[in-house]
Design a protein around this ligand. Structure first.
Ligand code: ADP
Ligand code: ZN
Length: 220
């Protein structure tokens, strides 16, 4: 089963994807994590991608699409995967449809997460990530058991460079609105969209949404 996580920055997309991955066994494929790993390792791809990421811009499709295609061809993704951060444009969605169709596969489910705008910026500023295992925490909503330390692996947590840059945050939200939000209609038309709100105002957090989605996936 191929599942796509849609949702603006700060909705808890990565956290929900990670929880669903744990319960279903489908690998979580996060393009942002793959880029950050490459930046850390100073690979050719990382050096190139960083020019865009540090400004809050999208990495060009010539780099992103083959990277995702390769990742999807790895053994653990043959039976399904949870895509987190891809596709982000209609062009990428069309390319993904082509890649999957060649293998007789398709996008089975798109989980669209929404969060009120005023909560989003706050969540981006309070987000902390583990540079080692990629686990995500939030100093207010989902703090680690020991301050500044990853629950999963004990590494020191960091703030992403693009999360501490207000200009990059603004830019990313703008791009989401303009380029990524049209995907909601794209997948609605395909009949695979499921929208879920995550918000403190309605007391519905990512862990509950993940639980409901896992039940839904297993019932199919
Ligand atoms: P966020 O959702 O907070 O922007 P991600 O970890 O998903 O964070 O992505 C970080 C950055 O990596 C993005 O701002 C963008 O520059 C780049 N990126 C990730 N996925 C894609 C994609 N599918 N296409 C182009 N660029 C991407
Ligand atoms: Zn960790």
């Amino acid at each position: 089963m191929y599942i796509i996580m849609l949702g603006a920055q700060g909705t808890g997309k990565g956290t929900v994807a990670g929880l669903i991955s744990k319960e279903t066994g489908f690998p979580q494929i996060s393009t942002g994590d793959i880029f950050r790993q490459n930046i850390k390792d100073k690979t050719e791809l990382g050096v190139e991608a960083d020019k865009y990421i540090s400004q809050g811009n999208l990495v060009p499709d010539e780099i992103t699409v083959p990277m995702v295609k390769n990742r999807l061809s790895e053994d653990d993704a043959i039976g399904g995967a949870i895509l987190d951060g891809f596709p982000r444009t209609i062009e990428q969605a069309q390319k993904l449809d082509e890649i999957l169709a060649k293998e007789g596969k398709k996008v089975d489910l798109v989980i669209n997460l929404t969060t009120p705008k005023d909560e989003i910026i706050d969540r981006m500023l309070t987000r902390r990530v583990c540079p080692n295992c990629k686990a995500t925490f939030n100093t207010k909503l989902h703090p680690p058991k020991v301050e500044g330390i990853c629950d999963e692996c004990g590494e020191s947590l960091v703030q992403r460079a693009d999360d501490s840059n207000p200009e990059a945050i603004r830019r990313r939200l703008e791009i989401y609105e303009e380029k990524t939000s049209p995907l909601v209609d794209y997948y609605k038309k395909q009949g695979v969209l499921k929208t879920e709100e995550i918000s403190i105002s309605i007391n519905r957090m990512g862990t509950e949404v993940a639980k409901d989605m896992v039940e839904f996936i297993k019932s199919r």
